[in-house]
Design a protein around this ligand. Sequence first.
Ligand code: AMP
Length: 249
Amino acid sequence: MKILVAVKRVVDANIKVRVKTDQTGIELANVKMAINPFDEIAVEEAVRLKEAGTATEVVVVSAGTAQSQEVLRTALAIGADRAILVDTNEELQPLAVAKLLKAVIDKEQPQLVLLGKQAIDDDSNQTGQMLAALAGLPQATYAAKITVAEGRAVVAREVDGGEETLSLSLPAVVTTDLRLNEPRFVTLPNIMKAKKKPLDVTSPADLGVDVAPRLKTLKVAEPAKRSAGQKVPDVAALVEKLRNEAKVL
Ligand code: AMP
């Protein structure tokens, strides 16, 4: 079984993002970038399925600038076998990424396609769903557990107040949630080994995909500052303030 995993290069989750002064987007100059955390979980899951003998090959794919090779190398260091970069300097929106991934699926014919549930930069939570629709494949989002057997994937999904379990025929698209696994620590020898693994470069034109943006960002703004809290001496004073100042009682 071949598994295809989509990984995106995003601002590192530990960095506090800053809005550009002209409000056209987020400041990306000299900002630490990393593999999207949910995609790291997806790669870890694919590699575990390979280690368990369920999968035979793990292919990782990223769409973006040449710098996206960094996150592909991270995925290779976790244990993926080979990587594909869809090289473009265009701004990529979820629909464009889904179309590119659909073209890669057509070429690679994977049995399982794993994505993160969302990219932590745009928080779109759209690509996996759009890809499943475009490719005509069954989908399970927010996976907390994946078991593959006899041509099917059984996926426990995180839903409000509990878990829902789905059985999908393969090939299928699954998006990962936080509790699926804890990605391993990437060791130096594996980082060195990853440098020698194959990384193919293609382009949206090679894949026959038009990635022109469909949405226009009008403005990006910081959230409104919260005003400072107040300490009150007792419950009576709190009730008085809620009633007369906040007027919520
Ligand atoms: P989003 O719909 O933007 O929240 O992204 C959901 C998932 O789609 C991510 O966790 C990735 O697995 C995948 N994805 C989004 N953008 C890209 C990209 N440029 N390259 C590869 N995978 C991507």
